[in-house]
Ligand binder design. Structure first.
Ligand code: HSE
Length: 397
């Protein structure tokens, strides 16, 4: 019998306990022995099916030799960081969905795991139930990864979908996403792009082999997005999606950012809706590969955690193929990247053309919506400085 402990009993922790119980036969077939949850660390005891497993004493879990894997679902970098270090130091594998901890301290924790000859696995930290980190680091390992981008936050994608499909108000759609267990404890992390920012850091770390620090990654969320832009873009054949992007630049640099983009309707990301996420990985041999599935929620996220538990227990020794160096050298401001921009200005087409030269007009009704040629973010700022800008978004492609 293999035994694990779960730290935290929120959405993901509960999902892990459920998947271990409900899929026990299948997991046993795979492991060759039953898997069971021996302890669940909680701050407050609650009634329910796991009442007998609950403890508020991490020491007991740390010292319990039978517990081979700790699944950390506390979130954040406080207690989660402390307990992860202690569990790894005690020779236990640690599995997590905690993207903040992986994005900020992943390098250090992977090094500690290496020294202790155990695994620190975090497939669930990006894309919820979608297998993306394993395929990127294993199946695509023959490639130089040149770009990773995609819809990395289920809550904001759900909100955008509701706004477009049913004209829901932002606040109503957010409440629905919270009720479904998609949103972070503090949903501003979803809405302002912080959550997607942590995920793009993890993808960039693994894709490029060097740390991308969350504090270096510019974030723009969806709170300032107006339904007007959604409509103008829609009529012109674009959907607005919040994307995280990590790009290897010619010359050896790399960059990453999160921002809403106009996505052409015929691009595969345009039809990724509701809580679904999709990650595009561009390898120099494969071209683009797309990973698609549910990016948040109890059971999808738990599925990735429990698969990591199985992998940790199955593996004789450690996975050597995940990791990156801590050196953040070579990170370039994403404003250097050239792309087309969508602007909506309080002004005429003549004002737009005077500032940008050739533009493609999307709407003219007192305000003007238009697309620029490919320019850098610096140029977009500079050329628009005398305009009354109501909206400015990048265009994908
Ligand atoms: N709040 C996150 C999301 C959960 O909505 O995508 C999954 O990381």
């Amino acid at each position: 019998m293999s035994k694990i402990a779960i730290l935290g009993l929120g959405t993901v922790g509960t999902g892990v306990a459920k998947v271990v119980a409900e899929n026990s036969r299948q997991i046993e077939r795979r492991l060759g022995e039953p898997l069971s949850v021996k302890a669940i660390l909680v701050r407050h005891f609650q009634e329910g099916p796991w009442r007998q497993l609950m403890t508020d004493d991490f020491d007991k879990i740390e010292q319990d030799q039978e517990i081979r894997v700790v699944v950390e679902t506390i979130g954040g970098v406080g207690a989660a960081y402390e307990y992860t270090k202690r569990a790894l130091s005690a020779g236990k594998h640690v599995v997590t969905a905690n993207k903040q901890l992986v994005a900020e301290k992943g390098c250090e924790l992977l090094e500690l795991a290496r020294r202790k000859n155990v695994n620190y696995l975090f497939e669930a930290s990006v894309g919820g139930g979608i297998p993306v980190l394993h395929p990127m680091t294993q199946c695509l390992s023959a490639n130089r990864i040149d770009e990773v981008y995609g819809i990395l936050n289920g809550t904001t994608n759900y909100i955008l979908t509701r706004m477009v499909r049913t004209g829901s108000f932002f606040s109503d759609a957010l409440r629905e996403a919270q009720a479904k267990g998609y949103a972070e404890a503090d949903p501003s992390a979803d809405v302002n792009g912080t959550d997607a920012g942590r995920k793009i850091c993890i993808l960039a770390d693994l894709a490029f082999g060097r740390q991308v620090r969350p504090e270096d990654v510019p974030l723009e969320g969806i709170s300032r997005l107006s339904l007007r832009d959604v409509k103008v873009a829609g009529r012109a054949g674009y959907r607005i999606k919040l994307l995280g992007r990590a790009i290897r630049l010619s010359g050896g640099g790399r960059t990453a950012y999160v921002a809403p983009h106009l996505v052409p309707e015929d691009h595969p990301l345009a039809n990724v809706e509701d809580v679904y996420n999709a990650v595009m990985v561009r390898g120099n041999a494969t071209g683009e590969v797309m990973f698609y599935g549910k990016g948040a929620g109890e059971l999808p996220t738990a599925s990735a955690c429990v698969s990591d538990v199985i992998e940790a227990l199955e593996h004789n020794g450690r996975r050597e193929d995940i990791g990156w160096t801590e050196d953040p050298e070579g990170f370039v401001d994403p404003l250097e990247v050239q792309t087309r921009f969508y602007f909506r200005i309080e002004g005429s087409l003549t004002d737009a053309a005077l500032a940008f030269g050739q533009v493609e007009v999307l709407s003219e009704d007192g305000e003007t919506g238009f697309l620029t040629e490919r320019i850098s973010g610096h140029e977009a700022r500079e050329l628009s400085r005398n305009l009354n800008v109501l909206a400015c978004l990048r265009v994908l492609g």
